[in-house]
Design a protein around this ligand. Structure first.
Ligand code: SAH
Length: 380
């Protein structure tokens, strides 16, 4: 039986109910009790689930488990940002970052080990791609972080009460990987984040950030309602083809209508467009004017991200005055633009600095593949 243990972490509610009923012969409300223990209290031990019958707990110990990876290292920035390196299997490592602010706590999670998108300014891209994370590994990042942040490990085993205050108020897919290239596992994980017996976050507090996988944006519009962020980074195809190679497959003229469609379907307020500020590359006033042309009158917000350096990069960060000017031009054209505050860069936890530990990678380089006209083997 041990070999057939089912991992309850990330199991959708209906499947958990089916497992509880069919495998354990228990009533469906047991599944709801289990969810509360797993997600609200961060329990990792069936024995501690004090409102479940002894016999049921014994059945669970035998037939089920809860596991989402292990924390290997923790680094804490001077600004309070924390970065965890998590081990997901024998060799692969991924990174998860917690960003505390006075009014919220944001967890930045990974969706893949490495990334195949090959964006030229991103440290994760340099690692290549190894594999998709499972639902349990995606949800496991939140589960592990919540336990670390609230000390619910101790609280759950002592009294079953929720430990500490709510530490994670927002979840963003802005760690390693392209979430829409792992659609199959990312969508069920987001459902757990929003389930009232899961992490109970509103749809505005779960953000999926994508480099622009157009067919999957249309699919998502039909199936799941979360906040959408899109890594634009350039106001024209020539430049975006170079910086974000997926643009060669799905150019700006296809990407933007997909974003507006998503909002229409989901009744959303706006799409956030991320724009990394690269010195002398995409930060000129003419770029700001072109960008304003694309966004004017649209339900869009621009998020300017000062480039974060990493070893071996050829890019530099735009000077603060250049970023401010760029933002002003957008604002003058009626486009809402803000500059993202860099957090955790002293521990390499800022945007694009997450490198994890990707070994055994298949060096899938999207740029090279699309350049030669070949079709790529990864799910894009
Ligand atoms: N694959 C997803 C999530 C990436 S990380 C996506 O492409 O949207 C979140 C944001 O950080 C993206 O907009 C990404 O382009 C940006 N980013 C990547 N490398 C960066 C760097 N070195 N400095 C600043 N931002 C970076």
């Amino acid at each position: 039986m041990a070999g057939e243990r089912i991992n309850l972490l990330g199991l959708p509610r209906a499947q958990l109910e089916a497992f509880v009923a069919q495998r354990l012969g228990a009533k469906p409300f047991r599944a709801r009790q289990l969810m509360k223990w797993i997600y609200r209290r961060g329990a990792d031990d069936f024995s501690a689930m004090s409102d479940l019958a002894q016999e049921f707990r014994a059945q669970l110990r035998e037939g089920a488990e809860m596991g989402g990876g292990q924390i290997v290292t923790e680094q804490v920035s001077t600004d309070g940002t924390r970065k965890w390196m998590l081990r997901m299997d024998q060799v692969q490592g991924i990174e998860t970052v917690y960003i505390p602010e006075p009014d919220r706590g944001t967890l930045c999670i990974s969706s893949q080990v490495g990334c195949a998108m090959d964006c030229t300014f991103c440290a994760t891209a340099q690692q290549g791609f190894n594999r998709n994370l499972s639902v349990a590994e995606i949800v496991g990042q939140v589960w592990l972080a919540q336990r670390e942040l609230t000390g619910s490990r101790a609280a759950a085993s002592r009294s079953g009460r929720v430990g500490g205050t709510r530490a994670i108020t927002n979840i963003v897919f802005m760690g390693m990987g392209e979430p829409l290239a792992n659609y199959r596992n990312v969508v069920p994980a987001m459902r757990i984040f929003m389930d009232d017996l899961g992490y109970d976050l509103s749809r505005r507090r779960v953000t999926l950030s994508t480099s622009g996988l157009v067919p999957q944006i249309y699919k998502l519009a039909e199936e799941c309602n979360v906040a959408l962020a899109v890594s634009l980074h350039a106001p024209n195809d020539e430049l975006r083809n170079e910086l974000v190679p997926i643009n060669r497959k799905h150019p700006i003229a296809e990407l933007l209508p997909a974003c507006w469609h998503y909002l229409d379907q989901q009744n959303g307020r706006s799409v956030t467009f991320e724009y990394v500020m690269l010195d002398g590359v995409n930060d000129k006033p003419e770029h700001a004017r072109q960008l304003a042309g694309l966004m004017q009158g649209r339900p869009a917000k621009l998020n300017l991200i000062p480039f974060n350096v990493f070893p071996g990069t050829r890019y530099r960060r735009s000077p603060a005055a250049v970023i401010a000017r760029f933002r002003d031009i957008l604002n003058d054209h009626g486009v809402i633009a803000t500059t993202r505050k860099t957090r955790g860069d002293d521990i390499d936890a800022a945007c694009g600095q997450l490198a994890g530990k990707v070994t055994d990678r298949t060096l899938v380089r999207l740029g090279a593949k699309l350049g030669s006209g070949a079709r790529t083997a990864v799910e894009i």
